[in-house]
Design a protein around this ligand. Structure first.
Ligand SMILES: Nc1ncnc2c1ncn2[C@@H]1O[C@H](COP(=O)(O)OP(=O)(O)OP(=O)(O)O)[C@@H](O)[C@H]1O
Ligand SMILES: [Mg+2]
Length: 532
């Protein structure tokens, strides 16, 4: 069935096509732009268009597709850079030049490539829905191919096959492929969520030691302009101890993404030694790309991340920045003339964010493995005001909060994580884990470090009045130790070898500092003088 465009307002288009469903994918105009139905009224439907609507005219044809916005899941995702609609950018550059042509159809690399399949079942076996039929190899990663429904296997591939051929045929006529489509707004199914929190090592001492992140958890780090959000995201994408990283550049600068890709193509994963890009998927939706596609890029990325989680991998999704998605929601909402909520954001901002955060977790997958999806999201509050709606909406859902402090950034203390205002709900579980793996003492050291930093803060106020000379020797010693901790432990220069620290290195470093302080304090108390 086809209809016509009856009105255009920025990225939203009204059409007169009857019989559509909410969130159905629609092809808009002669350029065949991709859009999604976001509102249905009696005589018209409103579509948000994920590509630039420049040049689109009233009266141009529109057609429904009968499907929702989907992503294609299968081998070929890793090491690839996509736009928000999962179009592989490198392949498009080779065929169409450096600028994305509107309405371009996408094809996932690996579709027709020769792949290897290792069957786990054989012809004649009865397969249950969701059961693993075998594995497709993609470098070091194995894609489990799950039976879409119950049935007897008539034939199954063993060895090489072309990526677009069926891997198995079932008795009821069903065919199983290495690739399948999944609607992005629908969370992928799992057996159950597990409440197990193992540490996710980021390589950043301040995070790992003071505000640790857990696999399957979520963290936000809001920070004003230039507080180091992008650099922190990229450092963690490089060094995090996970199997797969999905990085979304959402509405941020294009040159930063280009620099990151250059960097990533030369580096190795510090945990496996393999090229970093071989574990990374990049979704690019920079500030000069259509606003509505920011929403698509977030959903596309999280669905790809869930796909790898379902294979039993530990996946980390990083997005820079969530505020740009919220701004896109606001823009679309105002084009739809919806009743605005706080600061013009739609009233459903909170529930939309909550739904998104709920996609994180440690799960038991349909075929009994354990996989995790962790979210690490930057937020750019305008004017560095953390009471604004996006930060607040995310704070209600997140498990860890790293507050990036403008004053610290001005002092060139990076990562500029404020150690008094940040928190992590995973602290106890993660500390218990490190107490076990590194020998007892992690939690005790953390408490001592916190106390030192806290005491320094109160002494600093006194020192401002009486000067450091007016302080007692023990207090001067404490201030020197705390400064040492701040400068050489909490701060990490992303451009040096110090950018990454293993938990053992972190532990040794802080233990050395705290023990030296205790030693000097003891000697001072005995009257021997501190030589710290
Ligand atoms: N860990 C770090 N080590 C050294 N320098 C850093 C570090 N983090 C940030 N910087 C410095 O701060 C600058 C700004 O960082 P970045 O671009 O990550 O900030 P941002 O918060 O993403 O900014 P914006 O709000 O503009 O997106 C960097 O160019 C770099 O000079
Ligand atoms: Mg940035």
């Amino acid at each position: 069935m086809s209809g016509r465009i009856i009105g255009i307002s920025g990225p939203t288009v009204s059409i007169d096509l009857p019989g559509l469903k909410l969130y159905e994918r629609v092809v808009v105009g002669h350029a065949r732009l991709m859009g999604e139905v976001v509102r249905l009224e009696q005589e018209r439907a409103i579509v948000q268009v994920y590509e630039s609507t420049r040049g689109l005219g009233v009266g141009e044809p529109v057609a429904g597709t009968g499907t929702q916005l989907t992503v294609r899941l299968g081998p070929g995702l890793l090491g690839t850079m996509f736009d928000g609609l999962q179009r592989p950018l490198e392949a498009m550059r080779q065929s169409q030049g450096p600028f994305i042509q509107p309405g371009g159809a996408y094809s996932l690399s690996g579709n027709a490539q020769v792949l290897r399949f290792l069957p786990a079942r054989k012809a004649g076996d009865e397969a249950q829905a969701g059961e693993c039929l075998g594995f497709v190899e993609e470098g070091p990663f194995r894609h489990a191919v799950l039976a879409p429904g119950a049935g007897r296997i008539l034939s199954i591939v063993d060895g090489e096959f072309a990526g677009d051929e069926a891997i198995a045929c079932l008795e009821d006529g069903g065919r199983v492929f290495a690739h399948h489509e999944w609607p992005v707004r629908l969370p992928r199914p799992y057996r159950r969520k597990l409440s197990r929190f193992e540490p996710l090592v980021t390589g950043q001492r301040c995070i790992d030691f003071l505000f640790p992140l857990a696999r399957g958890g979520s963290a936000i780090f809001p920070g004003g302009f230039g507080t180091g959000k992008t650099l922190l995201e990229q450092s963690i994408a490089k060094f995090a101890e996970v199997d797969i990283v999905v990085y979304v550049g959402c509405g941020e600068r294009g040159n930063e993404m280009a620099e990151m890709l250059d960097d990533f193509s030369t580096l190795a994963d510090p945990w496996s030694g393999r090229p970093l890009m071989s574990r990374t998927i990049v979704v690019v939706n920079t500030s000069n790309m259509p606003v509505a596609a920011r929403e698509a890029s977030i959903y596309t990325a999280v669905t790809m991340a869930e796909y790898y989680r379902d294979m039993g991998y530990n996946v980390l999704l990083l997005a820079d920045s969530l505020s740009r998605w919220a701004e896109a929601l606001r823009e679309i909402s105002s084009a739809l003339e919806e009743m605005p909520g706080e600061e013009g954001y739609p009233t459903y901002l909170g529930s939309r964010m909550a739904e998104f955060f709920a996609r994180a977790g440690v799960v038991e997958t349909l075929d009994g493995r354990t996989g995790s999806l962790t979210l690490l999201l930057s937020i750019s509050p305008p004017g560095g005001d953390f009471t604004e709606p996006v930060t607040q909406a995310c704070m209600r859902n997140t498990g860890a909060f790293f507050m990036l402090d403008t004053t610290l950034a001005h002092r060139r203390h990076f990562p500029a994580i404020n150690w008094f205002q940040s928190f992590s709900l995973y602290e106890q579980e993660v500390a218990a884990h490190f107490d076990q793996s590194l020998g007892a003492g992690w939690s005790a050291l953390r408490n001592k470090t916190r106390a030192l930093l806290q005491r320094e803060e109160s002494l600093r106020e006194v020192a401002e009045i009486v000067g450091t000379e007016g302080l007692q020797d023990a207090d001067r010693l404490l201030m020197r130790t705390a400064e040492n901790i701040r400068r050489h432990f909490l701060a990490q220069n992303a451009y040096t070898d110090d950018a990454f620290s293993t938990p053992a290195q972190t532990f040794e470093k802080i233990r050395g500092m705290v023990e030296a302080h205790e030693d000097a304090s003891r000697r001072l108390a005995k009257g021997g003088g501190a030589c710290a």
